[in-house]
Design a protein around this ligand. Structure first.
Ligand code: PEP
Length: 265
């Protein structure tokens, strides 16, 4: 079965203002014009204040724009919350749910993450469902157990390969400069793939599984070439074109390998 199309997603978190965002968008578009467009899918997830503007600005490019969080509710008296319907209205293509920073800062649990993903699917937006163990859980040998529970509960029945991306992000690797080894990544990604297959049959092969956690230009190739890695969710390195573009190029190299393998099969 052919590997799913790669996806490189940038999570800007609570960074950048209008002028910087437009400059970054311009820099990325320029690189694409100069060096071509690697055959992968592209997404950036800016702060909500920039989402509409970036969606309009990047419309002529292959970059799609997503949000970083959503309410599970549709509308009503929920001051400060934004619904999936609002995100669709804003021109979003996707939304991250269950990022470990939201699980930590807002006490979000797997059931809430599932409800958020369901809300996105209601309006045909892609959910990028984040899972991953803490350092204490890894040290206790509980990585697979934790990831299994998170995946079982966070991924809703409405999920399929066209509306769901799973991001494995070990909490201890996010923003720390400590990347998981290829062996650690493959162990977890292979497990996630098996679980998705057990649950969704062949469609489980088509769901993209991203790795996230201190991905940089220096380690992107090794990570992206690993088994069952279909792209990356990139935080810090997505804030500058000089650091984000090489990760896109590395994903392009993987796409070329996948094409060669498909032709030989
Ligand atoms: C993230 O925020 O999802 C992330 C992976 O961050 P970083 O690349 O900075 O570790």
């Amino acid at each position: 079965m052919a590997a799913p199309t790669g996806l490189i997603a940038g999570n800007w978190k609570m960074n950048l203002f209008h002028a910087e965002a437009l400059q970054l968008g311009t820099d990325l578009a320029e690189r694409m014009d100069l060096w071509g467009r690697p055959p992968v899918d592209y997404l950036i997830c800016p702060p909500l204040t920039l989402c509409g503007q970036m969606a309009a600005f990047l419309a002529p490019t292959p970059f799609k724009v997503g949000a970083q969080d959503v309410s599970p509710l549709k509308n009503g008296p929920h001051t400060g919350d934004v619904s999936a319907e609002h995100l669709a209205d804003l021109g979003m293509a996707a939304c991250i749910v269950g990022h470990s920073e939201r699980r930590r800062d807002h006490k979000e649990d797997d059931a809430l993450v599932r409800a958020k993903a369901e809300a996105l699917h209601r309006v045909n937006l892609t959910s990028i469902i984040c899972i991953g163990e803490t350092e204490a859980e890894r040290d206790a040998g509980k990585t697979i157990e934790v990831v299994t529970r998170q995946l079982q509960v966070s991924v809703p029945e409405t999920s399929h390969s066209a509306n769901t991306v799973v991001a494995y992000e070990p909490v201890w690797a996010i923003g720390t400069g400590r990347t998981a080894t290829v062996e650690q990544i493959e162990e977890v990604h292979n497990h996630i793939r098996q679980m998705l297959y057990d649950r969704m049959d062949f469609d489980g092969y088509a769901i993209r599984i991203l790795y996230g956690g201190s991905v940089t230009a220096a380690n992107a190739r090794d990570i992206l070439f690993a088994k069952n890695v279909n792209g990356a969710l990139v935080g810090g390195a997505s804030l500058k074109a000089e650091t984000f573009w090489p990760i896109i190029e590395a994903a392009g190299a993987v796409a070329a390998r996948n094409l060669r393998e498909a032709q030989q099969a």
